[in-house]
Structure formats: C-alpha cells, structure tokens
Design a protein around this ligand. Structure first.
Ligand SMILES: Cc1cc2nc3c(=O)[nH]c(=O)nc-3n(C[C@H](O)[C@H](O)[C@H](O)COP(=O)(O)O)c2cc1C
Length: 320
C-alpha cells in the first residue's frame, strides 16, 4: 500500500506556471492539506495568483488520482472553515474500489513539450476522447482546428509577446526562473531549464546576457507562430466564473486533460499570453463568442519526440 507521503510526491509532479511549484503540504491523521506558497508567486505575469491557484488544482488532481489508484476514497474540500490557514483539504478513507488506473500511470510521463510538432492530425476517435474528458462544474474545453480561428489566435499571441516582452519587469521575472546551466538546475530543482525548453545548457552569465541582447518579442512570436502551425489543434480551457474556486477547478480539469493527452501520446504546450493580458483576454472572449465566460488557459496539442523532464524539489522539501 502506498503511503500518504507518496501521494504528495505524485502531487508535486503536476505542472505549474514557470515550474515555480507554488505549494506546501501537510499530513495529519487521515488528512492531507495543500497550501499555496506565496513566496513562489509570479507578481508580474500573474498578479491575482490566478495561475498559482490553477497550479494548485493540478497538484490536487494528481493527489486525488494517486489516492484513488491506491484504493482510497478522497473527500476534497476547498478552503474549509475552521482551518488555521487557507488550504485545500483531502480526507482519505479506505475504499473497496481502485480507480483512475490509466491516468495514474500517466502522472509520471506527462510533461510540457515546447518543441515544434509534426502537423499530424489527431484521429477522430482520440479527439473525441480528449473532448469528452470530464471537467469540473463550470469548466469547459474548446478544441480549435479551424484555420480562421487559429490565425486570429496567432495574432493575439504575437500581440501578447509584444506587450509582455516589452515590459522589463516581465523579462526580469521570467529570467529569474530560467535555470540556464545544469548546476543551476541541480541547485534549485525548479524553474524553466534550458533542456526543457529545447535548448542546450549554457553558463548562467551567458544565458542571461543572451536573454537581454537576443531574446525579444519578434523572435518569440516567430517561434510561437511556427510552433502553432506545426500543431494538430489548439485548446482553450474556459470557466464560467473567475474566482479562486474556479481557478482550482480549471487546474483539476486541465490536469485530467493533460493526463488523457499523455495516455494518447499527444503532447501539449502553453501559449497563455492572451489569457494573461487583460485587453487580449477580452478580444479572445469576443473571438470565441464566450460571452461572459473566462478563457483561462490556451494550449497547442500535437505530436513530437519527448523533451527532457523538468526538475522537481523532493517531496520532503515541500512537507511542513
Ligand atoms: C497555470 C500554468 C501556466 C503555464 N503557463 C505557461 C506558459 O505561459 N508558457 C509555457 O511555456 N509554459 C507554461 N506552463 C507550463 C509550465 O512551465 C510547466 O508545467 C512547468 O515548467 C513544469 O514542466 P512540466 O509541465 O514539463 O512538468 C504553465 C503551466 C501552468 C500549470
């Protein structure tokens, strides 16, 4: 039987914005609690902590899947009253059934793949499986394959790069989370590594100089455009409301979708600029006729060789 600490280990394999791993866990009796770690927030790109809570939702979903797989029946509560700190609480009772087998196997295989994809179409039966992943209430998945809609999104991504990468604070924040060399990766065990971004490691000083001198909105947009055109489809994850509970529900739904993609050998990578910049979010809402619903995550999906995995801090470091 797996121990509760192992469920925490599976939770830490979840994706998170810039691989900040903005979580802490506690285990007491039959309960595991997940706390936000605001020391790992991204105040420039994520001023409301929206993506931080989406990341917590991803970790929660992995924990629930691992517990179900080990024969527990998890009872999840968001921010229960009477708790000393705001947390997500999972109470684990033994059950007769084990579930979530396929998704459990995918937890340690899932990763973000920022490579150029190979334009291959996703078979209709697989697309149907992706579109029918059960999402939390108020969360929906939209899969876009129509070229007109994709062209409009390319324009929004380009504009997102222009706005974000023209902001020195944004560039400073993202650069502070890039682990350029293997030694920086080993030291921090978090962040965006050169290898996971499809690049060769370089000494930190050289990487930072390269970021300052050569990396800008134009080159990023060229790469993003090429990558989008190489993809089989785009995906938008949408929520009816835009509050903490919805963000966690978006994270849980996204993780289920990402794990399902993994079972189908379909890769995914984020292009969240249009969800992060308020004026672009309004345009995306209009383009997709979402009414008052909120586009929360934008991704491309398709086929490519895997990339090296991103590091994680050992679960012992995130247990309090
Ligand atoms: C809420 C959220 C936002 C993210 N935003 C981006 C993004 O804008 N660009 C990107 O390349 N990756 C993005 N990612 C992917 C993370 O960088 C990735 O999950 C993290 O580096 C860990 O790598 P892994 O997914 O391969 O385990 C995001 C992930 C989450 C959960």
């Amino acid at each position: 039987m797996q121990t509760f600490a192992e469920f925490v280990r599976y939770a830490t394999m979840a994706p998170s914005g810039h691989n900040t791993q903005p979580w802490k866990f506690s285990i007491t009796g039959d309960r595991i609690r997940i706390f936000p770690d605001f020391t790992r927030a991204l105040p420039v790109v994520d001023p409301d902590n929206r993506e931080l809570y989406i990341s917590l939702g991803c970790a929660l979903e992995n924990l629930v899947i691992a517990a179900k797989h080990a024969g527990y029946d998890p009872e999840v509560k968001y921010f229960p009253a009477g708790e000393p700190d705001k947390c997500l609480s999972v109470t684990l009772k033994q059950s007769d059934v084990t579930g979530a087998g396929d998704l459990f196997q995918a937890i340690s295989r899932r990763h973000t793949n920022r490579r150029e994809y190979n334009k291959q179409h996703i078979p209709a039966a697989d697309l149907k499986k992706i579109e029918s992943v059960p999402t939390e209430e108020g969360v929906t998945l939209l899969v876009l394959t129509e070229s007109g809609a994709i062209e409009q999104i390319i324009d929004l991504v380009r504009e997102g790069n222009r706005i974000q990468m023209g902001d020195g604070a944004f560039m400073d924040e993202i650069t502070s989370w890039i682990r350029f060399s293997d030694s920086e990766e080993e030291l921090h065990l978090d962040g965006l590594t050169s290898r996971a971004m499809g690049k060769s490691p370089a000494p930190g000083w050289l990487g930072r100089m390269f970021m300052r001198v050569f990396v800008g909105a134009k080159s990023q947009s060229k790469t993003d455009e090429k990558n989008i055109r190489s993809s089989s489809a785009l995906m938008v994850i949408i929520s009816e409301k835009n509050d903490k509970k919805s963000w966690i529900d978006v994270g849980r739904s996204f993780e289920r979708i990402a794990l399902t993609l993994t079972t189908l050998n379909v890769e995914n990578a984020h292009l969240n600029q249009p969800c992060e910049v308020p004026e672009l979010k309004n345009q995306l809402q209009q383009q997709l006729a979402l009414g008052s619903a909120h586009p929360q995550l934008l991704l491309r999906i398709g086929y490519a060789e895997p990339l090296p995995r991103s590091p994680r801090r050992p679960y012992q470091q995130v247990l309090i």
